[in-house]
Every structure is written in C-alpha cells, then in structure tokens.
Write a protein that binds this ligand. Structure first.
Ligand code: GDP
Length: 458
C-alpha cells in the first residue's frame, strides 16, 4: 500500500451541477478533519460546509468517507461533492494540496491503487478506462461486462483448468514409477482438447472486444472525381466533405468517425491523389494522404466506372491503384468500390482488379451502401451480437494467442513424442501468458503504460 495521500478532481473539467474531489490514502481522515471539521461516518452522506485552512467557507455540499479496505482504492477515501464550477473545484483542491501530506494524483492513480491493493485485476482496471472512453453503446456495455469481472472470470477458469492439467503431467514426470494412469486413461489428452477449445472461444470474443473498442481504420482513395467525397458523405449520412466536379477539390484529409451497428469506423477521405501538381497546398495534402494510407486497416479504392473505356482516365485509375499497392507493399487489403453505376450499369472492370472484393455503388443515389456496410463488418470479423462480448485490448489478444500457441505446442509434444518435460514447459509458459492478462507478475513499465492513458481523478 502506498504511503502517500493523493487528491484530484474526479469530474470532467467545465461547468456542471456538481463537481467531485477525491482523496485517497492514510491521511484522508486528517484532510476531512481540516476541510470539514469532522470525519463523516463511514459510508453516510454528510451535508456540510467545506472550509479553507483559515476557516473561510468555500462551498457546501456532500462529503462521503469510505474506510479502507472497503473503498474503491482499498485505502481510506474521502469524496467531496461541491458545486460544479471550475473555480470552486480549483480553490478546494488547492487548499487540500497545500497540506504537506497530500499530493496531486497522477492520471489513473486511483485505479492503479485499486489494482495494487487487489480490489480489481488489470482487465477490470482497463475496463474502467474503456467504459469512460467508449464511443458506442455496444463498446460501453462490453466494458461493463469486463468491469464486472466476466473476462477475468473466464481467464481464471482457464488458469485453474491449466494448473490441474499441469499437475497431472508434472506428477507423471516426478513419479514415473508410481502407477499414475492419467496419461493412459486419456485424461490429459481430453484436458488439452477442452482447454484449447475454450481458449479459442475466448480469443474470438476478445478479438470482437478489440474491434468494438478500436474499430477499423478505412481510407477512401482513388482518382480525383471518382466520388470519394460523395462516398464519405453517403457513409456518414451527412454532408461532411465538399463535392464538386472540379478536380482536386479535397485539399486536405477529412476524418469521420461513424459506427455500423456499434462497430466504430474511422473513415479518412484523402486528398485527390493527383500525382503531378504544382499547387503547394495540394502537394501537402497528397503527402498526408500517403501517411494515412500506409496506416489503414483497409483501403476502399473508388473507381469511376463511367470513365472506363471512355478516355485516358481508365489507365490513370489503374495506374494509381498499382501505385498504392506498391507503396503499401501489398500489405493492406483493398476493396474496389465501383462507383457511379447509375451512369454505367454495364461496365467491365480491368482484369487486374477483379481478384479483389468488388462492391458496386452509386454514391449519388445511395445504391449498394448497405452491401458496403455489411462488407466492412465482414472484413472486420464483426458479429452483430454484443451478447457476452467483453471489452478487450490488443495486449489481451496477443497474450491469448501466445497462450494458445504454447498449449498447441504442448499438446503436439504430448501426442507425438510423449516428451512430458517439454510439454510441461509449454504449459507453464501458457499459464504465464494468462497471468499477464490479469496483471499477475506484470512488469512495472506495462503498468505505467496502462495507467498513464487514464484521465486524472480516475
Ligand atoms: P472526389 O474528387 O473523388 O472526392 O469526387 P466527388 O465526390 O467530389 O465527386 C465528383 C463528381 O462526381 C461530383 O459532381 C459528384 O456529384 C459526382 N458523383 C459522385 N458519385 C456519383 C455517382 O454515384 N453517380 C453520379 N452520377 N455522379 C456521382
């Protein structure tokens, strides 16, 4: 338990009905005595005056005291609910911080203490941040699921099962002469299969959780006038980009965050990628566009089908496509958006493009938009149900994947050569990976990285 007592404003900055200051640590009682003149009864709301050290009244409101360990952080916690004006909160916080036994809390420090004092595990701490930052209802609900311990509960179950299986294997190694027949009676074999199946299921759900949290980064690119801005507007269902028939009108990057059935999509409409331009503003726009493209999860390459076979635009569209494919080293998946089918319903795409998923649309009369939305969901591996989905982060997915690899290796070793020592080692590593998720034996720098992304007061 940390020795220092910390304080911070826990509510968002700005004006509100109430604002809350939170104090946590062993001197919280002292802070209460000084600011309130009394320590409120444990868990009872006390309507009281808040005073400066010189007894001048700053505000009045509700004070709550939680005796540790029955508090959010596990330490003594004082919460002061005063009027939600930035100045009032600042004066009160300043007064508390003027006490030499209290210091300002770092971002996420209350949650970090809750974790370090065993009140929550690491996935729950992360779920708090995810809940606060959730951009869709589904993302919020899945964060609540994790906060309730549903995710860590599953990991704990896996862990217990894995420990049992390890015990069988290690007992067989340690006591080879005893007549332990776990191996013969197929218990270990079945145990491996069951564990691997469960782990695969959790991994799939965790991946859904990551999609809900992070969404997909989509770049819309294509030749000037292909209809990129129109597509962006159609997907956003509002006018966010300027649509004109003058080439190179989109001079900078436009970003929009939308969601399709709760899946966040970060859409970026890039500057008309004109390869040769003397316009300096447009040149900068093009440079930025390339930076965005190489970071995307998927590129929607918009083709104006009405231009195919009509002029040199056909070659130019293909040329641009090849340029993007080579600049991204073919690492980012493409979807071809065949736009303006209202003008040319009977078009033929160049054969170079037919190997990619092709979605026909008219950004003008909005045909094909639902097909495109479903296509994007499919590409992300997104399922419509958020039932049982818990919020998860990339680091969870990585640890689950590693655990799965180790378990599969262990199972292979067990099946093929019956090398039990190596199999047991793989199982030990898998267990280590599961423990990383919950924050058991987690390196300090990882903890810093996680809690630094929190807001102050949380
Ligand atoms: P960008 O330069 O690629 O962003 O293209 P814009 O979205 O600005 O569109 C260029 C022109 O094509 C505008 O006049 C649009 O109204 C028109 N346009 C875009 N999509 C369609 C479509 O599906 N059908 C028709 N007929 N015109 C379209």
């Amino acid at each position: 338990m940390s020795d220092e007592t910390i304080a911070a404003i826990a509510t968002a900055t700005g004006v509100g009905g109430i604002g809350i200051i939170r104090v946590s640590g062993k001197e919280s009682q002292k802070v209460a005595s000084i600011i309130l003149g009394t320590v409120p009864k444990d868990r009872y709301a006390l309507y009281t005056k808040f005073r400066k050290l010189n007894s001048q009244i700053i505000d009045e409101g509700i004070a709550l005291f939680f005796n540790g360990p029955n508090s959010f952080t596990g330490e003594d916690v004082l919460e002061l609910q005063c009027h939600g004006g930035a100045v009032i909160l600042d004066i009160l916080l300043k007064e508390i911080l003027s006490l030499d036994f209290v210091r300002m809390a770092r971002p996420g420090e209350f949650s970090e203490r809750a974790f370090l004092n065993g009140k929550i595990d690491l996935t729950q701490a992360e779920a708090i941040a995810d809940l606060i930052n959730a951009s869709t209802e589904q993302a919020a609900l899945s964060a609540v699921n994790s906060l309730q311990g549903n995710f860590s509960g599953l990991i704990n179950q896996l862990n217990e099962q894995l420990i049992k299986l390890r015990t069988y294997v290690e007992a067989t190694i340690d006591f080879p002469d005893e007549s332990i027949d776990f191996i013969e009676d197929g218990k270990v074999h079945e145990g491996f299969i069951d564990l691997i199946e469960k782990l695969e299921k959790i991994l799939e759900t965790a991946k859904q959780g990551v999609i809900l949290k992070e969404g997909l980064k989509i770049v819309i690119s294509g030749r000037p006038n292909a209809g990129k801005s129109s597509l962006l507007n159609a997907l956003c269902e509002k006018e966010c980009a300027i649509v004109t028939d003058i080439e190179g009108t989109t001079r900078d990057i436009l970003r929009e965050n939308i969601n399709i059935d709760g899946m966040p999509l970060h859409i970026i409409d890039t500057a008309g990628l004109r390869e040769h331009t003397s316009n300096i503003v447009e040149k900068i726009g093009i440079e930025r566009a390339w930076n965005e493209i190489i970071q995307a999860n998927r590129i929607l390459f918009v083709i104006d089908v009405s231009k195919i076979n009509t002029d040199d635009s056909y070659d130019k569209q293909l040329e641009l496509f090849k340029l993007i494919a080579s600049k991204t080293e073919n690492k980012i998946p493409f979807s071809i958006i065949a736009n303006k089918i209202d003008l040319s319903p009977n078009y033929t795409l160049p054969k170079e493009l037919t190997a990619y998923p092709i979605i026909e649309i008219s950004a003008k009369d909005l045909t094909g938009l639902d097909t495109l939305r479903n296509h994007l969901k499919e590409c992300a591996g997104y399922k419509n149900t958020s039932n049982g989905v818990f919020s998860a982060r990339r680091r969870h997915v990585v640890s689950l994947e590693k655990a799965l690899d180790h378990l599969n290796n262990g199972f292979d070793l067990f099946k093929t050569s019956q090398d039990l020592v190596l199999a047991a080692e793989e199982m030990r590593e898998a267990q280590q990976n599961l423990n990383e998720i919950l924050g058991k034996f987690t390196a300090d720098d990882l903890l810093n990285e996680i809690f630094n992304t929190f807001c102050i007061g949380k």
